[in-house]
Write a protein that binds this ligand. Structure first.
Ligand code: ADP
Length: 186
């Protein structure tokens, strides 16, 4: 089974929900940069203070900051004996993807599968508006979708060119979508 995975897709596509479920079922480390950043904000750390305003606008926090978080977690996991992981919300632009490739080379690990979750904008916006997180008001949502198109969507061709990309339709029940993703892991 593939166990070094990356989830790609627009905000609201359900990456977090599926990533958590899959990681729980297969004993993978679920690494969500959004969750980790929100934890830093709640804890009021220096890092959280730096990230808070940027996140509230729907922009991306600095690559260096996010990369430090990811590096720490992946190194820690390797020291603890390795195992699979599922990256959710990272990388979010080409420079993060290049940095990830360099980090994985250092760790002697490889991405085995990139899952692209696809969903129409209208559905995304409805889902995000229903969620009610601090950065889920309509103006910020539109900005996050634009940031996704401009900065993150180029990763689709990046990983397709590497032969790693598979897409799933991200509509339907949580269970139905999970089954589509499971089918790609064999
Ligand atoms: P969503 O998937 O709904 O867009 P996330 O929880 O993944 O939400 O991210 C929320 C916010 O955290 C982003 O809008 C951004 O400000 C910040 N963030 C998360 N991951 C990254 C990343 N890899 N690089 C830069 N900023 C990030």
């Amino acid at each position: 089974m593939k166990k070094r995975l990356l989830f790609l897709g627009p905000p609201g596509a359900g990456k977090g929900t599926q990533a958590q479920k899959l990681a729980g079922e297969h004993g993978l480390l679920h690494l969500s940069t959004g969750d980790l950043l929100r934890a830093e904000v709640s804890a009021g750390t220096a890092l959280g203070q730096e990230a808070e305003a940027v996140m509230a606008r729907g922009e991306l926090v600095s690559d260096a900051l996010v990369l430090a978080i990811v590096r720490g977690r992946l190194e820690q996991q390797q020291t603890a004996g390795g195992g699979g992981w599922l990256l959710d919300g990272f990388p979010r632009n080409v420079s993060q993807a290049d940095a990830l490739a360099a980090l994985l080379e250092e760790l002697n690990q490889q991405i085995e599968l990139v899952v692209l979750m696809e969903l129409d904008d209208a559905v995304l916006i409805q889902r995000l508006l229903g969620r009610g997180r601090a950065d889920d008001n309509e103006t910020v949502i539109r900005n996050r979708l634009q940031v996704y198109r401009d900065q993150t969507a180029p990763l689709i061709s990046y990983y397709r060119a590497a032969g790693l990309l598979q897409s799933v339709e991200a509509d339907g029940s949580v269970e139905a979508i999970a089954a589509r993703i499971e089918a790609l892991l064999a």
